[in-house]
Design a protein around this ligand. Structure first.
Ligand SMILES: [Zn+2]
Length: 350
């Protein structure tokens, strides 16, 4: 089973604040794609930025290129940044959750989606200890896991303005995750979003968390880009740490992807800790991202190649182990063989 471990669905907040957030978020990506672009932010309406992400489209886009399971991540609620009401909201009214739209229902929307697509989606809850206080966040996490049935937790420290090693705000949330025995994914790395303190995205901050909670399953999102070396060293140091390549992989061509995997090994990070993800619908589409990654040995030019079993792990097994879900290596190797012609077509459409 090939898994995309990092996706966003529905809307991440309410307009107009969410429009400004999206505009700033996509700025570098648009700038980076053309040296002559002037870096002006686009408008803040949903027409310009794309409306909420439809779960049917997400699933169809993934299945069309061989991804069998998609992890969807809630956005944590906040109302005190310059982006207004942030948090997963079902603006398209596709989940069937009643009542007025509210960021307080972020985890309810996610749970409703997972109930509707149990074979296609895995849902991760989100909480924010600065929103209504740390005790409220701990209780919301318990509710999201025990009552709503979500699989794990996603945290966004820099967007929500707290440090992931903050003893009062963050550590009690990680402690609750240990009690609930759930995996935790943490947004780490930079963001072009301006009202988010950069220092709170430094992946090394999770070293203290991993040292405090050695049993906690923790995943560093986006390979902590641009602090990739720091992220690799840290993930390599701790048995229960993982990373995902989402968003980071949109910045890498195939050769740079190969070099990244070599670099991971050099810095002591086993490829059994690297997880494939796309950050859908954010940047490059799933097809090219998956094809570049899965066929990375094409550019090894006589150097060492990634063994098939390790590639299968990165494409699903590693995340399944992190998240505690069933996964079969032989089955996945067969799927990789079956999909390879399609991926080659994506890489070379002629
Ligand atoms: Zn993301």
């Amino acid at each position: 089973m090939i898994i995309d471990c990092h996706n966003h669905v529905l809307a991440g907040g309410l307009l107009p604040g969410h429009g400004l957030f999206r505009s700033e978020m996509t700025l570098h990506h648009r700038e980076g794609s053309a040296l002559d672009s002037d870096g002006e932010a686009v408008g803040t309406d949903e027409d310009t930025l794309g409306g909420p992400t439809d779960p049917d489209k997400l699933i169809a886009d993934h299945r069309a290129v061989g991804i069998a399971l998609s992890t969807v991540l809630a956005v944590a609620p906040s109302d005190y940044t310059k982006y207004g009401q942030r948090g997963t909201v079902d603006t398209g009214r596709v989940t069937g959750v009643d009542g007025p739209l509210s960021i307080d229902l972020a985890n309810d929307y996610m749970a409703a989606l997972v109930r509707r697509y149990p074979d296609d989606l895995v849902g991760m809850a989100a909480v924010n200890p600065r929103y209504k206080g740390v005790e409220a966040a701990r209780e919301e996490l318990r509710r999201a896991i025990e009552d709503l049935g979500l699989r794990g937790l996603k945290l966004y420290p820099m967007y929500d303005h707290y440090s992931p090693d903050d003893p009062e705000l963050a550590l009690p949330v990680f402690e609750r995750a240990v009690e609930l025995d759930i995996p935790v994914m943490v947004h780490m790395g930079s963001t072009p979003v301006r009202d988010a303190p950069l220092r709170m995205g430094w992946p090394v901050l999770l070293d203290e968390v991993a040292r405090t909670f050695p049993d906690l399953r923790l995943l560093v999102c986006h390979t902590g880009f641009p602090w990739v070396d720091e992220c690799l060293v840290m993930v390599g140091r701790h048995e229960n740490l993982y990373l995902d390549v989402s968003h980071f992989n949109s910045l890498l061509d195939q050769r740079a992807t190969y070099d990244f995997l070599v670099r991971a090994k050099q810095l002591g990070c086993s490829l059994s800790k690297v997880c494939f993800g796309t950050d859908y619908p954010g940047f490059d589409p799933p097809g090219p991202l998956l094809a570049r990654f899965a066929l990375v040995n094409d550019v090894s030019s006589g150097q060492k190649t990634v063994p098939r079993n390790l590639m299968a792990g990165m494409l699903g097994g590693n995340w399944a182990r992190f998240a505690g879900i069933d996964w079969n290596e032989d089955e996945t190797l067969d799927e990789i063989d079956d999909w390879e012609p399609r991926w080659r077509q994506i890489m070379d459409p002629q």
